[in-house]
Write a new protein. Structure first.
Length: 257
């Protein structure tokens, strides 16, 4: 089957979908939409793998969110080895929810362990960065000096500044844009600036529902609205943008489909 869209970051395993998960996955396929189901801890990562195993149009990303407890980090490596795991995360730093420096050090150690796995298995990081883009860029810049092309990353739900965008793009990383760009104009400059070869689309479902579905639960198939917004903001042909971001995702995540 040919697919036209990809949601590179969603959480179909979350309880928000407990009543209609199978139906939503079916609707995704009918909408010709691929999806990467992203874990935030060991349990949700295992659930992501299960959904990916059961559905050809779904893939898994496994990792531990910076605000979650990292005591089971040793279990992560076995999950990373799974054939349908295409990335590691979401991981990174979140200085917004955890404003205490002692918590930041814990987050950095947890992040560093996941960077090690990304380099070892040559799978891209799915980066969660909140109020910490500068710090994450510094960490990844140092690690990339050692690892080179073995270290790749996608900045999930990118809402950073132009300077921050340039820092990540200079390292060859991709920026992923969500439904926020359908209703907020704060990020238009970055959307226009980013090379088309380094942009991805996501929903972060069930959160950040795009226009025209505001007020409802977000769903992975709504990623088509993000593609429409990208084309509008960049003043480019929508069909060309759709094809570019799909091929970008296939390249970055080495999707076998």
């Amino acid at each position: 089957m040919e697919y036209k869209y990809i949601d590179t970051h969603g959480h179909l395993q979350f309880e928000d979908y407990d009543t209609d998960r199978e139906l939503e996955i079916k609707k995704m396929k009918e909408a010709e939409t691929l999806g990467i189901v992203v874990g935030v801890d060991i349990d949700s990562s295992k659930q992501a793998i299960k959904l990916a195993e059961e559905n050809e149009h779904l893939f898994a990303c496994v990792g531990i969110h910076p605000t979650h407890n990292g005591e089971h980090i040793d279990e992560l490596e076995e999950l990373v080895k799974h054939e349908k795991v295409v990335a590691i995360g979401e991981c990174g730093l979140d200085f917004f929810r955890s404003p205490k420096e002692v918590e930041w050090e814990k987050q950095k150690k947890l992040f560093d362990r996941q960077i090690d796995l990304a380099i070892k298995y040559e799978k891209p990081l799915m980066i969660h960065a909140r109020s910490a883009n500068k710090e994450i860029a510094e960490i990844l810049r140092e690690r990339k000096k050692e690892a080179g092309d073995k270290l790749m990353a996608n900045l999930h739900f990118f809402t950073g500044t132009m300077e921050e965008a340039k820092a990540f793009l200079d390292m060859g990383f991709t920026l992923s844009f969500s439904g926020v760009i359908t209703f907020a104009r704060d990020y238009d400059e970055v959307v226009r600036f980013a090379p088309s070869s380094h942009i991805l689309t996501e929903t972060d479902s069930p959160y950040a529902t795009p226009i025209p579905f505001r007020g409802k639960r977000n769903n992975p198939r709504f990623v088509s609205e993000v593609v429409t917004a990208l084309a509008r903001i960049r003043e480019e042909d929508e069909e060309e943008i759709r094809e570019i971001v799909l091929n970008n995702a296939k390249r970055v995540f080495k999707l076998k489909i």
